[in-house]
Design a protein around this ligand. Structure first.
Ligand code: MN
Length: 498
């Protein structure tokens, strides 16, 4: 499985205090922290391992904890909580070197005030209400991006926010040192799929490099007939195969060609330790068909994919696959394709020439073959399906020249009410929030790409944390968006990032 098991990632639970309170109180602080960390670790809603760390009470202990977190291969972030007061100048040197994401959990061990028994001992022990403000000040003073979660640690909503933050940290960690391969360049003359790959590596931690498509063809050509037999059997088991594609069907050879492409691509990605790729229909010399079902199935297994050389979207697909690991629903490469402008029922139909991930599918996809007007290659095999209705979002990263921007548009997906019998590709229908006019205008004003990652299982909170970990701008388009405010936000951000 190409998606890492999120339980292999650790988030460290760090509690700050000081020696002022004496050993008895510090012992209680440690016990409480351990209880919270254990509860998070066991909670089904939290996907990573939560590791209790001994309470830190001095600048040296804090610095050492941060250094240890930086060097740990498994630690993807720190949850920090000040059960008592932890004078925050003690945190400066540690925070200065900390490279891992930080989540400030503003909680309290006791949920309720014990009205009948509360005394000064209780007050001294349970003082995160002001201890966490001291910690918050130094983070703001140092201009450190972080997530702040407020509420009792057993509260469902608190754990859900923690869940989404842990997922963002997992996606961020997965990008560090990741390799993405481009087969061929970007589609000629297209602007938004271009970008600064050096800056992306500095900012995001992943590298993007090109291989001539001939390198891939050499691997595809070495695939054995037996392997092709095996994969065709799997297609037959997993999907509703068009009769002409079945064994002895008159287009069975096309299915074999598609399977061979998938096997070769998979081998190339495995051998090169790549987490995702791009291809382009303008550069397929030696490949019989544009990879359709291959890209769809590789995405379903967790590889990033971007069409037409779109490496930024490929990398984002991958990160969101990791972030969404284990959740219901899927994440896919997507394109705003065509519109339905019926009054009071405006819809976007999202799709691509071929490559929509079957993790979005409502039911068993059918495996079909149809002509493709562009590319000048043989008819490609692809999976065709509908996506269900529900809350979803589109996310896109663009390169504005002086910075990267991530755009998020929350949408309401709608299951298709008609059969669309002639449409030969997977399709998704949605209504952009707050409405079609505002949502699309806002997207266009903010420079959002026509390529996105469509997510059924991640939320804005998760992507905001992700953008903060990356240190890039996020523009959100949701139910509260007005064009007046959005335009101002874009103008003000322009000044901020200058
Ligand atoms: Mn496209």
């Amino acid at each position: 499985m190409i998606i890492p098991d999120l339980k292999n990632f650790e988030v460290w639970f760090a509690t700050g205090s000081q020696h002022l309170y004496g050993p008895e109180t510090l012992q209680q602080v440690a016990e409480h922290s351990q209880k919270i960390a254990d509860a998070f670790n066991k909670a089904k809603s939290i996907p990573v391992k939560v590791v209790f760390k001994p309470v830190v009470k001095t600048p040296e202990e804090i610095y050492n904890l941060c250094a240890e977190a930086n060097n740990s291969k498994t630690c993807i972030g720190i949850i920090a909580w000040m059960h008592t007061f932890s004078p925050a100048k003690m945190w400066i040197n540690g925070l200065k070197i900390l490279h891992k994401p930080l989540c400030h959990l503003h909680t309290q061990f006791n949920r309720d005030i014990p009205w009948n028994t509360i005394d000064m001992d209780f007050m001294n022990l349970n003082q995160s209400a002001h201890g966490d403000r001291e910690f918050g000040f130094i983070m703001s003073r140092m201009r450190i991006e972080r997530k702040v979660i407020v509420g009792h640690w057993q509260d469902k909503d608190v754990q859900e926010q923690l869940n989404m933050w842990c997922r963002a940290a997992a996606g961020w960690s997965d990008w560090q040192g990741a390799k993405f391969v481009r087969f061929g360049d970007n589609m000629r003359q297209v602007a938004v799929t271009e970008g600064d790959k050096v800056e992306a590596q500095i900012k995001f931690g992943y590298s993007v490099n090109t291989h001539g498509v001939g390198d891939l063809v050499a691997v595809i050509n070495k695939v054995k007939e037996k392997e092709v037999d095996g994969l065709c059997d799997e297609y037959n088991k997993q999907y509703k195969l068009l009769p002409s594609l079945k064994k002895n069907g008159k287009q069975h050879q096309s299915l074999r060609d598609a399977a061979r492409i998938e096997l070769g691509l998979r081998k190339f990605l495995e051998e090169g330790d790549f987490k995702g790729y791009t291809d382009t229909f303008e550069d397929l010399h030696g490949i019989v068909q544009l990879p359709g079902i291959a890209s769809q199935r590789l995405m379903a297994d967790g590889y990033g994919f971007g069409g037409e050389g779109d490496w930024k979207t490929s990398a984002l697909v991958r990160a969101m696959k990791v972030m969404g690991s284990g959740l219901q629903g899927g994440n896919s490469f997507m394109e705003d394709y065509t519109y339905h402008f019926e009054p009071n029922n405006n819809l976007v139909l999202g799709s691509h020439m071929l490559e929509i991930c079957p993790s979005l599918a409502n039911g068993k996809p059918s495996c079909e073959i149809h002509a493709l007007g562009i590319g000048g290659k043989a008819d490609p095999v692809r999976l065709v399906f509908n996506a269900p209705g529900g809350d979803a979002l589109n996310a896109s990263i663009v390169d504005l020249g002086n910075r990267f921007r991530i755009l998020v548009n929350e949408v309401k997906a709608v299951a298709p009410k008609k059969a669309l019998p002639k449409l030969p590709v997977a399709r998704v229908l949605w209504k952009p929030l707050p409405d079609m006019q505002t949502g699309c205008a806002a997207w266009i004003l903010a420079g959002g790409a026509h390529h996105t990652v469509y997510s059924q299982n991640l939320n804005t909170d998760c992507l905001q944390s992700f953008s903060e970990m990356a240190g890039i701008e996020m523009v959100l388009i949701n139910k509260d968006t007005t064009l007046y405010n959005l335009k101002n936000e874009l103008r003000w951000s322009e000044a901020y990032y200058k």
